[in-house]
Ligand binder design. Structure first.
Ligand code: NAI
Ligand code: 15L
Length: 268
């Protein structure tokens, strides 16, 4: 059929770059948006989420939005407020006005980062677990989930909020053995979230089918997501390098790991 037109925000970032490579194979035609220019993409919209006019033009005529733009680490509250909280609000307003039907947005494990991790035999963390943000960054993701709920209940605009684990080419820490979302599985999950029949506002965890999963993928699977990767192939190497996390260490005890004690800072 005709390719569906998607607005991809955050298209210059790590995940955005991976998704630019992978989503077209699912039949999507991408319109790119980011504050950072993208080399070799003359049609990309280079604008900030604070620019309401640019957002209005960017959302016009798209079938759906994959919203990845924003500060992706910890930062002073005022910066998070501008890029993530007001920025996401601006995007939703533009989408509502334009009649866009569905948004898939990047939430994060850090919206629930202070949640105690169950042991390997304990029940996985459910999506219904209360928000326990570990940073202002995680707080902005908790806000974005509630914003999406409002726009569904009040306006009928659908969202899938994906609490992404760790989406990189490869897992690079022992913690990521549990949280890794392979790029291929990320594309599969976004496609499922874009095509599932009726989602209202759905919250899902985003990771691969990892042997060491500690959270519940069933709401993602209910959208039709069938993960194909498992981080376990990297386990021997990572455990030899870093060893098992020990009780008393954030990485062992809390879902958000180091973000709970010493969060990495947004460099800009
Ligand atoms: P990234 O930091 O590589 O990319 C974010 C992009 O957003 C950048 O290209 C940046 O220029 C753009 N951006 C930031 N503020 C903006 C603004 N005010 N206006 C316009 N553009 C702006 O992050 P990454 O890793 O690609 O993550 C994408 C999304 O997924 C982010 O929302 C992040 O919080 C979320 N996420 C990512 C995870 C991961 O493992 N990669 C895990 C959990 C959530
Ligand atoms: C996130 O939310 C960050 O955006 C990403 O850079 C990683 O730090 C990831 O979480 C993680 O917890 O590994």
């Amino acid at each position: 059929g005709t390719p569906r037109t998607l607005l991809l925000t955050g298209a210059a970032g790590g995940m955005g770059t991976l998704m630019r490579g992978l989503l077209p194979a699912y039949g999507y035609s991408l319109r790119l948006f980011d504050a950072t220019p993208i080399e070799g993409e003359p049609h990309a919209v280079t604008a900030d989420l604070g620019d309401k006019h640019a957002l209005r033009e960017a959302v016009a005529g798209v079938d759906a939005i994959v919203h990845l733009a924003g500060i992706s680490l910890e930062a002073p509250f005022e910066k998070i407020l501008r890029s993530n909280i007001e920025g996401t609000y601006n995007l939703y307003e533009a989408a509502r006005e334009a009649g866009v039907r569905r948004i898939v947005q990047a939430s994060s494990n850090h919206a629930v980062g202070f949640t105690p991790l169950p042991g390997p035999d304990g029940p996985p963390v459910p999506v219904e677990t209360p928000h326990r943000p570990d940073t202002f960054y995680g707080l902005s993701k908790a806000f974005a989930e509630d914003l999406a709920q409002l726009y569904w209940d009040r306006d009928g605009l659908e969202t899938v909020s994906v609490r992404i684990g760790s989406c990189f080419m490869e897992p690079t820490s022992v913690r990521m053995l549990s949280l890794w979302l392979s790029p291929g599985d990320a594309a599969r999950l976004f496609d499922a979230a874009l095509t599932a029949p009726s989602v209202g506002h759905a919250v899902v965890y985003g990771s691969s089918a990892n042997t060491r999963l500690r959270w519940d993928l069933s709401s993602a699977r209910a959208l039709g997501y069938a993960p194909q990767d498992d981080s376990e192939q990297y386990a021997d190497k990572l455990l030899a390098e870093h060893g098992e996390p020990q009780p008393g260490e954030a990485e062992h005890d809390l879902l958000g790991g180091a973000f709970c004690v010493d969060p990495p800072q947004w460099p800009y």
